[in-house]
Design a protein around this ligand. Structure first.
Ligand SMILES: Nc1ncnc2c1ncn2[C@@H]1O[C@H](COP(=O)(O)OP(=O)(O)O)[C@@H](O)[C@H]1O
Ligand SMILES: [Mg+2]
Length: 274
């Protein structure tokens, strides 16, 4: 079994202390565990996501960052072997409750992936699709406004306003990623999840997305997985360090990168800098 090494760590070798909590939380994970068949990928994750904050998830490959971020909008439901236990709430509501509308949940907790994945439809339709299925507009004028506002917020409007009928897939990689962000924004989410959103982009496109993340946090909570410590320092206020399925330490980003409490975090940070 590929994941067996995960279960060789004992539970008590870590002090899984969340030393910071956000001012006002929007999501909370309590004792979240994830199993892929019998292999445990996440162990008792306790973590809060604050309103108007960027929280970065960092740690070595395979430590469970993507698995965790997928728990926050139930994307692991789409993986047959995955089983999630524990409790995850959005504004106090248990998102794994049977009465939770998962389509609505994924609008409220949107996701932006590593590889930009616009629909093979026009720029306009990429953004209008979600609002349409959620019945958010009454008229064409309403929809035009949603599309324009979403593209403006995603910092893409000026580049596409004269070609809203072009296919989303014809845009550059960086523009496609901003289109995916506009698509997420269009359905008025509370939280935007981003799993390594810049790792397929060039440095200039990356800068634009980083600037955008900093602007977006005024209106949304953002959880971002990143391999780049400099990116995490630039965009996030809090950082959570994962290691072999454990959440080792959560703290202000400056503290995590400057003077982390846990040795595992220190080793990771040093290894990354050195
Ligand atoms: N769909 C899956 N099926 C089985 N195991 C998986 C699946 N996705 C991830 N895993 C395993 O779960 C662990 C955590 O993976 P992942 O969440 O992708 O880590 P990260 O995003 O930090 O690189 C790894 O051991 C990985 O092999
Ligand atoms: Mg990942």
């Amino acid at each position: 079994m590929k994941n067996n090494e995960l279960i060789t760590l004992s539970d008590d070798f870590l002090t899984v202390g969340d030393t910071t909590t956000p001012n006002e939380k929007i999501m909370e994970s309590q004792d979240c565990c994830v199993f892929y068949d019998e292999a445990q990928a996440l162990r008792n994750i306790n973590l809060e996501v604050g309103k108007k904050e960027v929280l970065s998830l960092i740690g070595p490959s395979g430590c469970g960052k993507s698995t965790f971020i997928r728990c926050l909008n139930r994307l692991n439901d789409t993986i047959d072997s995955a089983k999630v236990t524990g409790k995850i709430t959005l504004e106090g509501q248990d998102i794994y409750n049977s009465d939770m509308d998962v389509v609505l949940l994924r609008a409220r907790v949107g996701m932006v992936f590593q590889k930009p994945n616009p629909f093979p439809k026009s720029v306009y339709e990429n953004v209008a699709y979600g609002p349409r299925i959620h019945g958010m507009s009454e008229s064409k004028a309403d929809m035009d406004e949603i599309v324009e506002t979403s593209l403006l917020r995603a910092g893409l409007w000026d580049e596409v306003k004269d070609r809203l009928n072009t296919s989303g897939t014809a845009l550059s990689g960086g523009q496609q990623q901003r289109l995916c962000i506009a698509r997420a924004i269009a359905v008025r989410p509370d939280v935007i999840l981003m799993d390594e959103p810049c790792s397929a982009l060039d440095p200039i496109a990356t800068d634009r997305i980083e600037d955008l993340i900093s602007e977006l946090k005024e209106n949304y909570a953002i959880v971002i997985v990143t391999h780049s410590m400099s990116q995490a320092s630039r965009v996030s206020q809090r950082a959570a360090y994962f290691h072999l399925g454990h959440l080792v330490e959560t703290d202000a980003t400056e503290k995590i990168f400057g003077d982390p409490d846990h040795e595992l975090t220190q080793n990771y940070i040093k290894g990354r800098i050195g």
